[in-house]
Design a protein around this ligand. Structure first.
Ligand SMILES: C[S@@+](CC[C@H](N)C(=O)[O-])C[C@H]1O[C@@H](n2cnc3c(N)ncnc32)[C@H](O)[C@@H]1O
Length: 248
C-alpha cells in the first residue's frame, strides 16, 4: 500500500489507500487555531486510512497498522488470549477480537486504558493504569491465566517538545515490556509502538533476553514522516524460577 502519509501538501486529486480517487482538502488557518492544529486537521482530512477506518467501522486508523503487522507475522491466532495496553478508542481491540474469534467465545481480549472505551463485543475493557502495582495480577485474573499476546500502542499526550515526547513513548514501551514479562505465557508475543533513535537500545537488550526473535517493522499505515515503528518480539522464553519467587 502507498500513500500512508496523506499529507502531500499539493492540491489536486490522487488515489487513496482504498483505491478511491480523492480530492485533496486544504484547510485555511482560522483565527485562534495554531498552525500545527491546521496542519494536523489538513492531514486528517486527506489521510486515506482515516476515511477507510470510517468506511470499515474501525475506531482508529491505527487498526490498519495492527492488521498489517498480523497479516505479515500471524501472532494473533484463533483462541489466543490478548491484552491490549492503551486500547482507546479501540481499533486494535476490534482487530484482536476479529482475529482471535473472541466474539465466538474462543479467544479472550482485554483492553486497558486510562480513559473509558465504549463497549466492543467480544472484549472486556477496563480503566486502569497498567503501571499500577498489581496491574499484572489483575490482568491475569481477568484473563483467567497468562496472556498469549501483549500489545501496546500506548502514547502519552504530546507536549510538543520532541525530545520529551520521545522519551515518554520509549518509557511506556519499556514498562510495557516489563509488564509483558510478568503476564506472558511461554512462547507468547509482544508488539509495541517505539520511536526510532534515542533510548531504544535498553529496550532491545531487555527484549532479546526475553524473546527468541525481535524485529522492527514500519507498517505502511504508520505515517512515513513520523519516527514511529513497531517492535515485534515473539517466542517468549518464559520467566525463571527466581522471577516467580519475587512475584510471590
Ligand atoms: C494512540 S492511543 C491507542 C490507539 C489504539 N491502539 C487504537 O487502535 O484505537 C494511546 C493510548 O494509550 C493510553 N495510555 C497511555 N498511558 C497509559 C497507561 N499508563 N495505562 C493505560 N493506558 C495508557 C492513552 O490513554 C491512549 O488512549
Amino acid at each position: 500500500m502507498s500513500g500512508a502519509d496523506g499529507s502531500g501538501g499539493k492540491s489536486g486529486s490522487r488515489r487513496s489507500a482504498a483505491g478511491r480517487r480523492n480530492l485533496h482538502v486544504r484547510v485555511k488557518t482560522a483565527r485562534g487555531r495554531r498552525l500545527s492544529s491546521t496542519l494536523w486537521l489538513q492531514r486528517q482530512l486527506n489521510d486515506p486510512y482515516v476515511q477507510r477506518a470510517k468506511d470499515e467501522g474501525y475506531r482508529s486508523r491505527a487498526a490498519f497498522k495492527l492488521t498489517e503487522l498480523d497479516d505479515r507475522f500471524h501472532f494473533l491466532k484463533k483462541g489466543a488470549r490478548v491484552v491490549d495496553l492503551g486500547a482507546a478508542p479501540g481499533g486494535w481491540t476490534q482487530v484482536s477480537v476479529a482475529r482471535t474469534d473472541a466474539e465466538k467465545g474462543k479467544g479472550k481480549v482485554i483492553g486497558i486504558d486510562l480513559q473509558e472505551v465504549d463497549a466492543i463485543p467480544g472484549s472486556e475493557l477496563y480503566v486502569l493504569d497498567f503501571m499500577e502495582n498489581d496491574a499484572d495480577l489483575k490482568v491475569k485474573e481477568w484473563l483467567g491465566g497468562e496472556a498469549d499476546v501483549v500489545l501496546s500502542d500506548m502514547a502519552s499526550p504530546a507536549t510538543g517538545h520532541k525530545q520529551t515526547d520521545h522519551l515518554r513513548i520509549m518509557a511506556l514501551a519499556e514498562a510495557a515490556a516489563l509488564f509483558a514479562h510478568d503476564v506472558l505465557t511461554h512462547g507468547g508475543s509482544f508488539c509495541a509502538k517505539v520511536l526510532q533513535g534515542g533510548a531504544e537500545q535498553d529496550l532491545l537488550v531487555m527484549l532479546k533476553q526475553d524473546f527468541k526473535s525481535v524485529k522492527h517493522v514500519k507498517p505502511a499505515a504508520s505515517r512515513s514522516d513520523s519516527s514511529e515503528m513497531y517492535v515485534l518480539a515473539t517466542d517468549f522464553r518464559g520467566r525463571s524460577e527466581a522471577d516467580e519467587d519475587i512475584d510471590d
